[in-house]
Design a protein around this ligand. Structure first.
Ligand SMILES: [Zn+2]
Length: 317
């Protein structure tokens, strides 16, 4: 696939992963002095593009010190094994709850194959390769990493997934947020700014934890967020309110749906929510264009809310 990237300044580059469609998922290269780090990996299909960019920038593979997936969902961590084979000096920095999935990806492979089917799994992810335990650093909350004098701090950030870290970059005053600070597709940006969508992807949506995590991130007074989906947004203080609102709206929608066709009901509720929010945001995209951009996410969000409801019911029983 063709290498495509954006230089975002302060040593940060966003790399197109080519997952599903262009402009859906990125990953990041941070360059500092004689060292480099990668945040998120894309899938195995992304790895040749990452290596091509390193060469273009004159970075030798052994100068890459860290590979840091924000969490182990495959659009973020799927290429970890292949990448680590090509980067001999790199450590893989992972949330403690994600480590076993990347050192032994059999469970991730089985789960994703069940969701996507064998053929689509191979098309999207090729295969998941394991990473040797000795090369893994468990990123507990507050772990500070030194990248040739540049501090990167891992913050435990549950809400989207309980194996999620956001990475604070003191130099750019920005967070690499994975999926925790939502999704903002460039096509949905209007004069009012980026449009935020909350990914309640299965299976660990946790509304209370997510509210707290957003507060924790904002307490660092970030000036920008580097989203996986997609690229950089500025002034997160003007965007975080929408995410808090969406967490509450999701809970209301999920709790108002009856049994039986519940997941379909949730899906319909989410579509109505986002159409209304997009119009209020000044989007003039046609409904069919909105469907093209959001259908996959909204189906996953509805599944995630259904799983959350079941978990709640099991706890109550
Ligand atoms: Zn994602």
């Amino acid at each position: 696939m063709k290498l495509s990237f954006q230089d975002l300044g302060q040593g940060v580059t966003c790399i197109e992963t080519h997952f599903e469609r262009t402009g859906l998922a990125g990953c990041y290269l941070i360059q500092q002095g004689r060292a480099a780090a990668l945040i998120d990996t894309g899938t195995a299909r992304t790895v040749p593009n990452i290596m091509e960019l390193l060469e273009l920038r004159g970075i030798r593979p052994e100068q890459v010190r860290y590979v840091i997936p924000t969490h182990v969902h495959l659009d973020h961590a799927g290429g970890s094994g292949q990448l680590m084979e090509l980067l001999p000096e790199a450590s893989l920095v992972v949330h403690p709850k994600g480590v076993r999935h990347l050192t032994d990806p059999a469970k991730l492979t089985a789960g994703a194959t069940a969701v996507y089917g064998e053929e689509q799994f191979v098309k999207n992810f090729k295969e998941l390769k394991s990473v040797a335990k000795e090369r893994v650093i468990e990123a507990t909350d507050g772990l500070r990493i030194d990248l040739d004098g540049r501090s990167l701090v891992c913050l435990d950030s549950p809400g989207h997934a309980n194996h999620h870290n956001c990475i604070w970059d003191e130099t750019s005053h920005g967070f690499f947020t994975g999926d925790t600070f939502g999704i903002a597709y460039p096509e949905l940006t209007t004069a009012q700014g980026p449009f935020m969508l909350l990914p309640s992807t299965p299976v660990q949506f946790d509304p209370d934890a997510w509210h707290q995590t957003l507060d924790k991130l904002m307490a660092c007074e970030p000036e920008r967020m580097y989203l996986t989906h997609y690229c950089k947004v500025e002034n997160p203080d003007t965007l975080v309110g929408a995410l808090h609102e969406e967490i509450d709206a999701y809970v209301d929608i999920a709790l108002s749906c009856d049994d039986g066709e519940r997941e379909n009901g949730i899906r319909t509720g989410l579509e109505a929510l986002y159409l209304e929010r997009l119009r209020r945001h000044g989007s003039r995209l046609s409904e069919s264009e909105i469907h093209r951009l959001l259908d996959m996410d909204l189906a996953l969000c509805a599944q995630g809310l259904e799983v959350w409801l079941q978990r709640r019911e099991n706890r109550a029983a």
